[in-house]
Design a protein around this ligand. Structure first.
Ligand code: AMP
Length: 302
């Protein structure tokens, strides 16, 4: 089964304590679709400007990602500049230029409207909703979000949560969305389930992730890395691994959801080892399998 992804396709400038890069390929839709393409066929929809070259396109095309819904229009591609501190779990946004992404009104090509697996990657909630509304009868729709939308578009975001099956967000966002009223992340996750999604996945950076569903709760550690080079895209590629694996297997049992979370964890662990998509470009099935086995061995205790 293929996975439909909508999100930002961007140029990122990133400052970390280990070095900097300027205008490298990034964006929530880019990272998510690239990660998911390790598992299944991917269709990416979004918008780029005329500064987005054929060479950039070919990075995604090489992975077999269907770009027929990625529009190239006059103007500049979305730009994001972020900086990390010595604690790599903390970052600040130095600049965001929405450019052509600001006015983007997604129009799903007819052939994508019957997509069964869909990830609405980080973008304005109204844009994510517009895509959700054009889907005929999806089997599983997930969305991601960020603190900016919780602060500035809360009502739209809550409406979107009523239209999706699952949401992926980080611990700080879960606390913010529940107005710091929940004593634990589990309580926050349950409250978010009350807003609509039957699956809530809370990412905790180097401390792993939590899955809440009506069947139960699953908690995993992160893959233990000694050095994190650049965390950009970790959350998106986590989502790409989760939904890519679910679309590939078509099995939505709780047991399989747990495996999907481990796949998300593993793909994210590769992402943070280099800038942009550089590490993901190098890996294949054997690398994924090796880390999957290591995670299984690490978490087995009886
Ligand atoms: P992550 O590190 O997984 O949270 O995602 C980082 C990516 O999100 C970067 O490549 C940015 O280009 C992209 N991004 C940052 N801000 C926004 C935004 N407001 N809307 C969409 N994408 C964004």
């Amino acid at each position: 089964m293929s996975l439909l992804v909508v999100g930002s396709v961007a140029f990122d400038s990133i400052d970390t304590p280990h070095g900097k890069v300027e205008r490298v390929l990034g964006g929530s839709g880019t990272y998510l679709s690239y990660a998911a393409s390790l598992y299944t066929d991917v269709r990416l929809i979004g918008v780029v400007g005329d500064d987005f070259t054929d060479e950039h396109m070919s990075v995604l095309k090489k992975r077999g990602i269907d770009l027929s819904g990625l529009k190239r229009v006059k103007g500049k591609t979305f730009f994001w500049h972020g900086r990390y501190f010595s604690d790599m779990n903390e970052r600040e946004t130095l600049k965001v230029d929405l450019n052509v992404f600001g006015e983007y009104e997604p129009e799903l090509p007819e052939k994508f409207r019957d997509s069964e697996y869909v990830f609405l990657a980080n973008a304005r909630p109204a844009l994510q909703m517009k895509v959700r509304e054009q889907l005929k009868k999806p089997r599983l729709v997930f969305c991601d979000t960020m603190d900016l939308w919780i602060e500035t578009k809360r009502d739209e975001l809550v409406k979107l949560l009523g239209m999706v099956d699952g949401v992926v967000l980080n611990d700080g966002e879960a606390r913010k969305l529940t107005e710091n009223k929940c004593p634990t992340l589990i309580a926050a996750g349950r409250r978010i389930m009350g807003m609509g999604p039957r699956y809530v996945i809370i990412k905790k950076g180097e401390h792993g992730a939590l899955l809440l569903a009506k069947e139960g709760v699953f908690a995993t550690a992160a893959y233990p890395l000694e050095h994190v080079f650049d965390p950009t895209g970790a959350g998106d590629t986590f989502g790409g691994g989760v939904l890519g694996y679910l679309a590939k297997t078509g099995d939505l049992s709780f047991e399989n959801l747990k495996k999907a979370i481990i796949h998300g964890t593993i793909v994210a662990s590769f992402t943070v080892e280099k800038f942009s998509l550089d590490r993901l470009k190098e890996i294949g099935q054997r690398d994924l399998e090796k880390r999957y086995e290591e995670m299984a061995a690490m978490m087995r205790f009886c």
